[in-house]
Ligand binder design. Structure first.
Ligand SMILES: Cc1cc2nc3c(=O)[nH]c(=O)nc-3n(C[C@H](O)[C@H](O)[C@H](O)COP(=O)(O)OP(=O)(O)OC[C@H]3O[C@@H](n4cnc5c(N)ncnc54)[C@H](O)[C@@H]3O)c2cc1C
Length: 412
């Protein structure tokens, strides 16, 4: 997602760009049920995707707007008034005059929308049939060696690609980061995440909620209706043993466990479509740039997904990197020199670090059963709901409307 966004944003400069990936995203079928990998895209991410021309493609496939977001702690004793928990903070887009807070979009749909945008540029080459063997950053211009093809296969590209700049947007396990010898600080969380796609009864929801428990949050994200059926994504954070146990359950047993453990606002489940689990690791590259290399998205940082900010930060990296490279190119500077890329690292590293720290505060404050802390955080959740100024500030931060925003993240 992040790499293609950078290519689409840079294409108008006329630079010659190659995108190397393992495969193209699968074709979209409007009748297919939702894919398991979805992301809550913030308002700022939507602006970036709009400004580079991808949002119309994405929204013409399917996206689910969410207008409300609730955060609470699931308590054994109900602590509610007319069905609404007293220890809940409810964010509503109307409070800040916006029609929605963001959209839940399948990752495949975002990728495909970006690929459709990319196809309109003749200066972008998409290479997906060849594996990368190695990138040599020691040469004057780095060279990418592609794995040799069997003699029987007709070659469409040469085995070596030279570039002024290599952008590593190759995800958490980035090879580019390793080949460029950029170090990484990492820390594995004690919790893992199980993600499940369900079909539910009722109507398409416009609320995403997160209920904290001492073993990890339980979250619900609404998805777009398909053929009048309502779908949602559940995220269950827990200790690895518990996640393993849940993964081994049959569909009916799993649904029973969800009903037993999730808060009562979960709509009635009709069917489980799919489930999968993820290890949660915080990673932060020691540098985002070097001579002839830049990292963006998960290759530069991975954070706890509990507030759904990973790819949103990635798109902000993309916007900032597009800005840095475009201005160096316009000034006739060498876009691969570290000195011309430094401003990108300066502006993004600090912003990403801030969001990582916020996620850690949530993770540590809620992942325990310490009575005084439990009392304080529940009072805090109730109070936060009643403080309009603070609440608006938090909504704006989650929507990507606060902080040092790249130009492409602002409405055109
Ligand atoms: C459970 C869970 C829920 C999440 N929910 C949200 C959310 O709600 N909102 C949000 O903003 N974020 C969310 N995230 C985070 C989000 O999924 C990631 O931040 C995002 O996928 C990162 O995008 P990326 O483009 O940087 O990397 P990736 O999506 O990992 O893409 C990397 C690309 O590089 C390619 N690649 C890698 N190695 C090679 C190679 N050697 N050769 C060729 N190609 C290669 C891959 O094929 C892939 O296309 C969530 C994450 C998890 C685990």
């Amino acid at each position: 997602m992040v790499g293609t966004a950078i290519a689409c944003g840079l294409a108008p400069t006329g630079l010659r760009i190659a995108i190397l990936d393992r495969a193209a995203p699968p074709a979209f079928d409007p009748n297919q049920p939702p894919d398991i990998r979805v992301s809550a895209l913030s308002y700022a991410s939507e602006q970036i995707l709009r400004n580079i021309g991808a949002w119309p493609h994405i929204s013409s496939m399917r996206t689910c707007p969410y207008r409300r977001m609730a955060v609470t702690e699931k308590l054994d004793i109900p602590f509610s008034f007319s069905g609404s928990p007293l220890n809940q903070t409810l964010f509503n887009s109307e409070d800040i005059g916006y029609p929605y807070l963001g959209h839940i979009v399948e990752n495949n749909v975002t990728q495909l929308g970006l690929h459709q945008t990319m196809q309109q540029y003749s200066n972008i080459d998409f290479i997906c049939s060849r594996e990368i063997e190695y990138i040599n950053f020691q040469a004057t211009l780095p060279s990418i060696s592609l794995k040799a093809l069997p003699a029987s296969v007709k070659k469409q590209n040469s085995d070596i690609i030279n570039a002024k700049l290599i952008i590593g947007a190759d995800g958490a396990m980035s090879n580019v980061r390793e080949w460029a010898s950029i170090g990484i600080n990492s820390n594995q969380y004690k919790q893992q995440a199980l993600v499940a796609t369900i079909e539910y009864e009722g109507h398409q929801e416009d609320i995403t909620w997160q209920a904290f428990t001492s073993t990890g949050p339980l979250a619900f994200l609404p998805l777009m209706d398909v053929k009048n059926k309502h779908y949602g994504s559940l995220v269950w954070y827990d200790q690895p043993d518990k996640i393993r146990e849940l993964m081994a359950l049959g569909n009916d047993e799993f649904i029973n466990e969800v009903v037993k453990n999730f808060p009562s606002q979960l709509p009635s489940i009709i069917k489980l479509l799919d489930k999968g689990c993820f290890t949660l690791i915080k990673r932060h590259a020691q540098h985002y740039v070097g001579n002839r290399v830049a990292l963006a998205g998960d290759a530069a940082h991975t954070i706890n997904p509990l507030a759904g900010q990973g790819v949103n930060l990635g798109f902000q990296d993309a916007a900032a990197l597009i800005e840095t490279i475009s201005s160096a190119h316009t000034l006739g500077q060498d876009i691969g020199l570290r000195v011309n890329l430094d401003s990108y690292e300066r502006c993004r590293k600090i912003e990403n670090q801030k969001m990582m720290a916020v996620m850690d505060v949530f993770y540590h404050a809620f992942s325990n059963n310490h009575p005084p802390l439990k009392f304080l955080r529940n009072i805090g959740l109730g109070l936060a709901d009643k403080l309009p100024f603070g609440k608006k500030k938090i909504i704006r931060y989650a929507m990507g409307l606060e902080g040092n925003l790249p130009k492409l993240a602002r409405p055109a």
